[in-house]
Every structure is written in C-alpha cells, then in structure tokens.
Write a protein that binds this ligand. Structure first.
Ligand code: T4K
Length: 420
C-alpha cells in the first residue's frame, strides 16, 4: 500500500537515494512580496525622482507609518537589524557587560562584541524560551550596564520580569524584536517596551525591506541621537557633531517596506493558517510538540520541540530526512551563541550555566511556513514526518550503516551555517 507521503517503504526516502518529495526546496523564511505592481510603481517613482537614499520620501513615509502602527513616538529606519541594534546599544551608552540570551541569532551578541562590550549569556525560561529574569540576578556585576531581551520567534519576553530586574539594578533594558514585528504583549504593540526596541526587516522576515531594520523608542533624545549616528553624525551641511556610521535605509528598501506593510494582514492570515494546519496534522505524534505561536505573535515561525526518546529518532535525524526531501527545516538557533566564535574561545561553553538553552538548542526544529507555503505543502510535510516516525527504528539503522560506511555525520547537505 502507498503511504500518504507517497513513500511505500523506507528505501523510497530521498535520504536513501530516491527522488525528493518536493521538486523545489520548501524554505523557512521564504521572502514574501506583497503587491508586485504597486512595488514596481513605487520603484518607478523613485527612479523618476532620482533620490535614492539619505532620508528620502519613501523612508520618511515608512517611518511615519511604522510609528502609527506601533504606537511608538519615534521610529528610525536603518539599513538592517544588526546596525539598528548597534546604534541603539551605542546611543544608550551601554558598555562593559550586557546580559543577553545565548539562545538567539548571533547578531544579538555580535552587536555588543563589535563595539567592545562583553555579552553575558543568561539562560532562557523553560516555557517561553525567552530570557529568564530569574537567571539574570546572579550574572549582574559592577560592569553590567544593560539587558537585551529577545522576543524569540515573535513570542514576547517576560517584559514585566525583565523590567523589574532592570529597575532594581539601574540597568538599561532594550529588546531585540527582530522576529516580533506586528506582535503585541498584553494588548500593547511590541515596539513600545524598554528604552528602545529593534526590528529586522530582512528578506526572511514577516515584513521585509529586502535588507533593513528600525529602532522604535518613546525617548525623543535617544531618537535624535540615533538619527545623527546613523548619518555619520551630520547635524546639517558640513556640521558633524557626533561619531557616526552609515546606517541609512535606501529608498528602494523603504518602497518594499511600504508595499510589504500593505499585505501584512494576508501574511498574518497565511502564517496562522499554516500554524493551525501543523498543529492539527501533528497532533498525537508522540515526542513532537508544536509550540504555540500565541495570540500576540505574527506566527512567522512554526517550531516543533522534538523529544527524541518518545519520537524514536533524534531531532537531527528527522532534519536529515526532511532536508533530503527538500523540506529545509532549520535548527534555529543551534548551538547557541556561547558555542560560536568568538564567544566559545573567550570562555569555554561549559563555564556558562545554561541548562535550558543547551536542552532546547538540541531539540527544536523550525518548519517551513509563510505565505509561499500552501496548506497542501504543510499536509505533505506532516505526512512525511509521520512516515519517518513510523519507520524511525529502520531509518536509524540505515542511517547508522551509511554513517559507518562514509564516516561522516551529518551529510554535506546539512553542513550549513547558523542553525541550519
Ligand atoms: N536579531 C535576531 C534575533 C535575528 O534573528 C536577526 C536576524 C537579527 C537580530 C539581525 O537582523 P538583520 O541584520 O539580519 O536584519 C536569516 C536572516 O538573514 C537573518 O536576518 C535572521 N535574523 C535569521 C534568523 O535568518 P540565515 O543565515 O539563516 O539566512 P539564509 O540565507 O539561510 O536564509 C534563510 C531562508 O530564507 C533560506 O532557506 C531561503 C529563504 N530566503 C533567504 C533570502 C536571503 C529567501 O526566500 N529569500 C531571500 O532573499 O539568516
């Protein structure tokens, strides 16, 4: 009998040399587009104006729209999310040591290290997978100047818990909201918490400007300083008043952002639809638990927590099965920043006390979703997962044999970068 995944037997898995289930790769973070015609119109207007960057009309319009959407008094658009983080960190005067989760995209830590600030890695909460306020207290030293919470996968941090610790120790609180655009916490939009919040509008994000980011803040002085800093410190023609960098967003990026914003509702519907479909189709698979995206999230990520003993196969073996079939599930954010350079050389990873981070980094897998992933794609991915789980022991044996034969694990297709 042919199984629903189209595979009759384990030997028909692409992992063992047969054609993949999907002819084209199914991605996590496939770019969305919005209305192509409207984008091209905007680009034509930009070409006619011959004003391509340096705070042009599209960037201004985007910033004002973002302020309206977020309810933040000031939004400063930037060339990407990493530079937005660097600017916010610098403008807040952070130095010495800053507390961050290790379980995040490496840009959170790099934005500090890049300017000579030491990221101090703290653990995440068992339930939310975001920075655990209880783990912070013991990491605070006289050198600590701030805390950066990360709304991981768009799920809001324990904002109140982090605020309480920051207040008690006189620390600046920032949020890396790279994943959280369009989200909210207790009814209030993400973008208005802490001293500032930082978004990414990278091509893989919920709302995209190709490359881009923004800082949102209600602090007028901070906003003014970030505006200066992102434009070389120019306060006017020939007048530089501050050390600065080039953190400006281009007009074409802003045009994409405006167009992307107009389709945000559709993107959200698609993400939620896929999330529901994953939840229903994976219900009852022992050892596989789809994390709730939560009402206040843009549902951009569909994350499964893989408990390998109940599942009968490891998270990484499951990922290998999926990748071979062109389902490019990602291990975001394995292995944790503390196990990446330069951090692992600066302090051996074992010296950090990060038990939850270690456990979670070894278990989670991000499944393809987004507006380009159809319900039928989700159905097929889930049938494939169920097929793999049903045949877990056979797959394990065959994988073991092929590893013994070639002496390599994982296969070349999986030897990627950041959490692939
Ligand atoms: N803080 C956090 C918590 C972050 O997650 C990020 C970025 C930042 C800060 C920094 O923000 P930015 O400076 O990037 O604005 C991707 C993104 O490049 C990165 O923006 C994102 N986080 C991270 C989570 O994901 P990679 O290296 O995993 O991307 P890559 O090239 O493997 O692409 C992922 C998938 O997306 C691919 O399978 C295909 C698809 N894709 C990719 C691109 C570039 C597309 O469909 N179209 C595209 O144009 O980092």
């Amino acid at each position: 009998m042919t199984e629903a995944s189209g595979k009759k037997a384990v030997t028909e898995l692409a992992l063992f040399g047969r054609p993949p289930l999907f002819a084209e790769p199914l991605h996590v973070g496939r770019s969305t587009l919005g209305n192509r015609g409207r984008l091209l119109e905007r680009i034509n207007e930009i070409l006619d104006r011959r004003w391509f960057t340096n705070n042009g009309p599209c960037v201004n319009e985007l910033e004002r729209r973002l302020e309206g959407l977020l309810g933040a008094q000031h939004v400063i658009a930037t060339c990407n999310g990493t530079v937005a983080l660097e600017l916010a960190i610098r403008a807040c005067g952070l130095q010495g040591e800053v507390i961050v989760p290790a379980f995040t995209f490496v840009a959170t830590a790099h934005a500090l290290q890049w300017q000579g600030i030491r990221p101090v890695f703290c653990d995440i909460d068992e339930r939310t997978f975001t920075l655990d306020p209880r783990s912070i207290e013991r990491a605070i030293t006289p050198q600590t100047t701030g805390i950066i919470g990360v709304h991981l996968w768009g799920r809001p941090c324990d904002v109140e818990g982090l605020e309480a610790v920051a207040r008690a120790h006189g620390l600046t609180l920032l949020f890396d909201a790279a994943h959280a655009f369009g989200g909210s916490h207790r009814g209030r939009p993400i973008g208005t918490f802490g001293r500032a919040e930082v978004f990414s509008f990278h091509a893989t994000k919920f709302v995209s400007t190709f490359e881009g980011g923004a800082v949102a803040t209600n602090d007028a002085q901070l906003a003014a300083q970030i505006r200066l800093m992102k434009n070389f410190g120019f306060a006017g023609y020939d007048d530089v008043v501050y050390v600065g960098t080039n953190g400006k967003m281009s007009e074409i990026s802003a045009a994409m952002g405006l167009t992307s914003l107009e389709s945000m509702g559709e993107f959200l519907d698609a993400n939620r639809r896929n999330h529901r479909a994953y939840r229903e189709a994976l219900a009852g698979v022992p050892g596989l638990h789809l994390l709730e995206s939560g009402d206040g999230s843009n549902a951009q990520y569909a994350i499964v927590d893989v408990e390998s003993e109940s599942l009968g196969m490891s998270r990484d073996d499951l990922q290998q099965v999926l990748w071979a079939e062109n389902v490019l599930a990602r291990r975001y954010f394995y292995p944790g920043c503390h196990r990446m350079e330069p951090y692992r050389s600066l302090l051996p990873p074992e010296r950090w006390h990060l038990p939850v981070t270690e456990r979670v980094a070894a278990r989670v897998l991000s499944l393809p979703t987004g507006a380009t992933v159809t319900l039928d794609d989700v159905r097929q991915v889930c049938e494939l997962v169920r097929f793999a789980v049903r045949h877990a022991s056979d797959i394990r044996v065959r994988l073991g044999a092929s590893v013994a034969a070639v002496g390599a694990h994982p296969p070349a297709v999986l030897r990627g970068r950041n959490g692939s």
